[in-house]
Ligand binder design. Structure first.
Ligand code: FA5
Length: 335
């Protein structure tokens, strides 16, 4: 009888270890310690033993019971802790945000035309110039008249101007070049003046490989004493070298602009040996200085204006200027 119970108590640990939940533990507990268990039966039978053997048998029985009780308590603790852990796991809310790893995050960058503009500003600032700005909508005075292009002048037609329906006919327009900024600066500042003025310009030009109806120019103006055409040529050489290195050459071709005298156009060499027209330049016309209240006997100046989009085309060896406004990220991300 005692041996049977002790054997059952010894097996209890194994049975409890494989119990799946606390209900199974309760069944085993009832089986081993309950009212109809072998333990209860053995306890009842203690009375049948000789009084001399009773105490020792009772101690053995208690020891076996204590072992079973300890194993039951341990199994219950294990199953309630893991049961709670399971429930927590099942009810867990994932509050962390995870981005799909298939599309890695990539940093964007400035548009190649903006990069060219920034670089140009840096080069000229390095040469002692400051950056000036003017409005994109201009009056006929700033866009034409003060620049020595009176109303009757044929050069007005050459600028293919986009007019704004405001005031007198052909009085207000989208600026067709950045040269009006020269006038605004000279009206407001005393020489010596060394400025560059980058910005958007507009013409009725049809878009093609080298033209856009909305494009960017950068204007340069230097007004000081004893300025010569040599200073202008040296400045152009210097900025072309700073921007492209020594391989690219610049050349001046005689030309005509009403606001400069003499005037020239300047080209830069392309890798295939051809030349690309980049802009116009010249010595500031005395009439322009006078229109701004500057005495041409005392002060001279040179000015230049060229296309930033054209320059970026050249810089990156691009075939078609329209690529810059298609906004195809596959194209733009290369620069
Ligand atoms: C002028 O606009 C003069 N204001 C430049 C100037 C300034 C001359 C100061 C003398 C003194 P022109 O129309 O040539 O000049 O334009 C200058 C440059 O702008 C061109 O050489 C070209 O690089 C760029 N450009 C002109 N039209 C377009 C266009 N539709 N698309 C892209 N670039 C253009």
């Amino acid at each position: 009888m005692m041996e049977g119970y002790e054997k059952a108590a010894a097996d209890a640990e194994e049975r409890l270890a494989s119990a799946a939940d606390i209900h199974a533990v309760a069944d085993i507990e009832r089986d081993l310690l309950g009212r109809r268990s072998q333990f209860t039966e053995a306890k009842r039978r203690l009375g049948d033993l000789d009084p001399g053997d009773r105490a020792a048998a009772g101690r053995r029985l208690n020891a076996a019971r204590e072992r079973v009780e300890a194993s039951v308590a341990a199994a219950r603790a294990r199953l309630t802790a893991s049961g709670r852990a399971d429930r927590y796991e099942a009810e867990r809310l994932d509050l962390t945000e995870r981005l799909p790893r298939v599309v890695p995050l990539r940093r964007g960058h400035l548009h190649p035309v903006t990069q060219a503009r920034d670089r140009l500003e840096d080069v000229f600032v390095g040469m002692g110039y400051t950056v000036a700005e003017g409005p994109e909508v201009e009056s006929a005075w700033y866009n034409f008249e003060a620049l020595n292009i009176p109303e009757w002048h044929p050069a007005r037609g050459e600028f293919d101007t986009i007019f704004v329906n405001l005031g007198q006919p052909e009085e207000v327009m989208l600026r067709s070049h950045t040269s009006p900024v020269q006038i605004r600066v000279m009206e407001n500042r005393e020489p010596p003046i060394y400025i560059v003025a980058p910005g958007r310009t507009f013409r009725t030009d049809t878009a093609d490989a080298t033209h856009l109806p909305a494009f960017n120019q950068i204007e340069g103006l230097a007004v000081d004493r004893n300025i010569t055409l040599g200073d202008l040529a040296g400045t152009i050489d210097e900025f072309v070298r700073a921007l492209f290195g020594r391989e690219v050459k610049a050349r001046l071709r005689p030309s005509y602009f009403p606001f400069t005298e003499p005037s020239a156009e300047f080209d830069i060499s392309r890798p295939d040996g051809s030349w690309l027209e980049l802009g116009g330049c010249g010595m500031v016309h005395p009439n322009v200085l006078r229109n701004c209240g500057i005495d041409p006997e005392e002060w001279q100046g040179f000015a230049f204006g060229f296309g930033i989009d054209r320059l970026a085309v050249m810089r990156h060896d691009i075939d078609d200027i329209r690529e810059f406004v298609n906004n195809d990220v596959r194209f733009l991300s290369q620069f």
